[in-house]
Write a protein that binds this ligand. Structure first.
Ligand code: ADE
Ligand code: ZN
Length: 319
């Protein structure tokens, strides 16, 4: 798979490999409940989104310094480069790091240094997207967003992630309005575990430019029609959906159906260190399972570039 692709759904903290977690834990004197690689790896068996998130948030405690963030960003970009990625729109969770007493400016400086290195070494362009937790009050998101905007931190957009069920997008209407008023791009996870109605809300109330996951749109034919008509990008993550039990097996994944319906889907890796593979592995899984033709693969790659926040000339260079 060497078609030029844009990675639009990737959580930086989800690229923390088990070996890196243990090394950084040692380096930063962090005590984890699973001190050996074996014990840590034994935790990677998830029954749903929440069971993954519990481990994901616990493990990111090992990230302490700007250098840690730079290191994992660069390590991810090298891996992305090897799988044909030419442009990355990277998510990170500010609340997770603020909660642990880190300074936002340092977190962002570290990530930005890694992104700049990726551009210089492998020509990978980038955008940075701060994702807010839907399980936390909207006031928390708003306070952090105001700081990000007022202090002119180098982010390009905001997203919405974490536990989905019970936290409808409507709760974040004001946060997203403020982001849009301040020229930020807006995306949201919706329809991963939550119902199709959350996708409708994300579009109508948050006015998002992309839906992350969105696979449950298939439960609402009128919504599917609308997504097709509007060519709303859906960033689908096949290995994530299997590992978090949104679908039973890769054979049950709706990707083929989504493509056939004319939905603007693209393939991404979500939290590759947790779900068994980076972008190349996600492509390989669906190409093998659904016998995707070269043309299907080109459509997926093209959708990723078109769904990105690159400007038109930069998109044209990748198409
Ligand atoms: N944070 C990291 N990965 C996530 C996912 N797949 N869904 C929601 N929040 C997340
Ligand atoms: Zn995600």
């Amino acid at each position: 798979m060497k078609l030029p692709v844009a990675e639009l759904h990737i959580h930086l903290e989800g690229t923390l490999e088990p070996e890196t977690i243990l090394r950084l834990a040692g380096q930063n004197n962090i005590e984890l409940p699973w001190p050996s690689l074996e014990e840590l790896r034994a935790q990677y068996n998830f029954s749903n989104l929440q069971s993954f998130l519990d481990l994901f948030y616990a493990n990111m405690a090992v990230l302490r310094t700007a250098a840690d963030f730079q290191e994992i960003t660069t390590a991810y970009l090298l891996r992305a480069h090897e799988s044909g990625v030419r442009h990355v729109e990277l998510f990170f969770d500010p609340q997770a790091h603020l909660e642990r007493g880190l300074i936002l400016a340092e977190v962002i400086a570290g990530i930005r240094a890694g992104l700049d290195e990726g551009l210089a070494r492998w020509g990978i362009t980038h955008r940075l997207i701060a994702c807010f937790w839907r399980h936390a009050p909207a006031e928390s998101a708003m306070e952090i967003l105001r700081t990000l905007v007022q202090e002119k931190h180098a982010i390009d957009g905001i997203g919405l992630d974490s536990s989905e069920l019970g936290y409808p997008p409507i709760l974040f209407q004001e946060v997203f309005a403020y982001a849009r008023e301040n020229g930020l791009h807006v995306v949201a996870h919706a329809g991963e575990e939550g119902p199709a109605e959350y996708i409708v809300q994300a579009i109508d109330l948050l006015k998002v430019e992309r839906i992350d996951h969105g696979i449950r749109c298939l439960e609402d034919p009128a919504l599917v029609q609308r997504l097709v008509a509007e060519q709303m990008p859906l960033t689908v993550c096949p290995l994530s959906n299997v590992r978090l039990r949104a679908v039973d097996t890769i054979a049950d994944h709706p990707l083929r159906q989504m493509l056939d319906l004319g939905l603007k889907v693209s393939i991404h890796s979500d939290d590759p260190a947790y779900f068994g593979g980076y972008l190349d592995a996600n492509f390989a899984a669906v190409i093998g399972q659904f016998d995707l033709s070269r043309e299907d693969q080109a459509v997926l790659a093209r959708n990723s570039v078109e769904g990105s926040f690159l400007d038109a000339p930069a998109k044209a260079m990748l198409l």
